[in-house]
Design a protein around this ligand. Structure first.
Ligand SMILES: Cc1cc2nc3c(=O)[nH]c(=O)nc-3n(C[C@H](O)[C@H](O)[C@H](O)COP(=O)(O)O)c2cc1C
Length: 312
């Protein structure tokens, strides 16, 4: 696993996210590249700074009933419900192969309570992940519980995960809140090294022929291009209010320009999700576009762009 990306244009793509230096500002988002290890043949991880495996719970979760994926305008609705084999089976399958992929693999923990999140985090660390995302914001749990709506519940989970692992941890938040700064401040206080802004926004859709909801669960998570502006307001507000808290921007990224926008708003790195379904190797194109932007604008280091939006 090389530490630097060979950039044809000689720009420096490295960026600092809390305690980590990423060799590239793009990260493959959880749930869109399988376990990372399984996706290695289809994707091209050499241009990413990290890739996040799908969220895992302590016990196996079966996921929600189908249909659980649908298109809606330029975006995608999903209600997968974090189908996963549970941390024990996950670790058995993934751990022996985790060093074979050309990118640092991050795990993602999810659960029904703080103890469940913490148990998974310890299991992910033993399995050899480089960092852990705490998924406080999945909109598809059967009990409809979303920790990321409540600053106290979010802090309790992050606190428990912080006590169970020495790895860097990021808290993944929801855009479905009025005051994103309040939630971000509470997870920062509880020990999160960075925040991921954001998970999917709640959405729904109906088939005009059958008149049925597009998703069996009716309401699911909406992702893809239309999410960019929604997640961007979260990045901007948190970056303004909590300048010491590193941000991984996430939502609707499809191009190098999208990455630049998130960096200007205050993100230190940017995750790419739904775009992988249409174009599994999109990371390479995004990095080429980013390099071209930097070369044309005389920017040598990606870090020069972080929080560099100009005021009116
Ligand atoms: C099919 C699908 C499955 C997802 N599964 C997870 C997951 O397991 N854990 C998680 O934290 N986020 C999950 N997400 C959310 C993405 O990681 C990302 O936060 C969101 O889709 C917004 O980014 P995007 O517009 O680039 O897709 C999933 C998204 C999709 C579309």
């Amino acid at each position: 696993m090389g530490d630097t990306i060979v950039s044809r244009s000689n720009v420096d793509l490295a960026t600092i996210l809390g305690p980590m230096t990423l060799r590239s500002p793009i990260v493959a988002a959880s749930g869109t590249v399988g376990s990372v290890v399984d996706f290695a043949g289809a994707g091209d991880f050499s241009v990413y700074g990290a890739a996040v495996a799908k969220s895992v719970s302590s016990d196996p979760w079966p996921g929600r009933d189908t249909p659980r994926l649908a298109s809606s305008g330029e975006g995608m609705l999903n209600a997968i419900g974090i189908q996963n084999p549970g941390i024990e089976a996950w670790a058995e399958q993934i751990s022996p192969r985790i060093d074979t992929v050309a990118v640092p693999v991050w795990g993602s923990t999810v659960g029904h309570d703080a103890a469940g999140f913490a148990e998974v985090a310890a299991g992910l660390e033993s399995a050899g992940v480089a960092a852990i995302e705490v998924n406080l914001s999945c909109p598809n749990l059967d009990d409809g519980h979303l920790f990321a709506l409540d600053p106290t519940a979010s802090a309790e989970v992050v606190d428990a995960v912080r006590s169970s692992t020495d790895l860097p941890i990021g808290a993944k938040l929801s855009p479905n809140v009025v005051d994103i700064v309040e939630i971000a401040a509470s997870v920062q206080e509880a020990g999160a090294d960075w925040v991921v802004l954001t998970n999917t926004v709640w959405g729904a859709g109906f088939d005009t022929k059958t008149r049925r909801p597009k998703l069996r669960a009716v309401v699911g998570g909406y992702s893809g291009a239309p999410m960019k502006a929604i997640a961007m307001r979260c990045v901007w507000e948190v970056a303004q209010a909590l300048p010491q808290l590193p941000i991984l921007g996430c939502g609707g990224v499809r191009s190098g320009d999208d990455v630049v926008e998130y960096l200007l708003a205050g993100a230190s790195a940017v995750a790419v999700g739904t775009a992988h379904f249409a174009e599994p190797r999109i990371g390479r194109r995004i990095i080429k576009q980013l390099e071209r932007y930097m070369t044309r604008n005389d920017i040598n280091r990606v870090e020069e762009l972080v929080g560099a939006a100009e005021p009116w």
